[in-house]
Design a protein around this ligand. Structure first.
Ligand code: FEO
Length: 167
């Protein structure tokens, strides 16, 4: 495997793993602060990111590359409220999308078309996740700091989490 691409795919393993642990920390914060719907939503998101990470690990191995399982930074674990959680969610997804775009750009530069092809699945995932993060943050920004609004948001997000976990 091309060493530039191998390094980029390994970096992507780390970004997906980091997102998974970040969402786990966010789920745990929400769980401890009475937002059970938001907690379930982020437990699911954490699981999804782990799946994204595993898919990369398996792909690198299938292509006879070397996987370096990374050390991770400690995720942020304390939040001012659920608006901050969803701001962090959107930020994280935008960051991951930028990194995926970078892998795709380099795949084309290096004429690694099968990598380019493999990464298209991530492009679709990112489109969905960024759109979801934006929609939820927009809703929260409309609600503002209204406590009863947050209660209803938590209940609605619970339904999204339940639907996602059935997929
Ligand atoms: Fe796999 Fe949403 O980054």
């Amino acid at each position: 495997m091309n060493t530039i691409i191998e390094k980029l795919l390994n970096d992507q393993v780390k970004f997906e793993a980091q997102a998974s642990m970040q969402y786990l920390a966010m789920a745990s914060w929400a769980d401890a602060n009475g937002f059970n719907g938001v907690a379930d939503f982020f437990y699911n998101q954490s699981e999804e990111e782990r799946v994204h990470m595993l898919k990369l690990v398996k792909f690198i191995n299938e292509r006879s590359g070397n996987v370096a399982i990374p050390a991770l930074e400690k995720p942020k674990e304390s939040y001012s409220g659920i608006i901050e959680l969803f701001e962090k969610f959107l930020q994280s997804e935008i960051f991951v999308t930028e990194q995926i775009n970078h892998v795709i750009f380099e795949s084309l530069q290096n004429k690694e078309y099968s990598i380019h092809n493999f990464m298209q699945w991530y492009v679709s995932e990112q489109l969905e996740e960024e759109a979801l993060a934006r929609t939820l943050l927009d809703k929260l920004n409309i609600i503002g700091n209204d406590k009863s609004g947050h209660y209803l948001f938590d209940r609605d997000v619970n339904a999204i989490a339940a639907a996602n976990s059935k997929e």
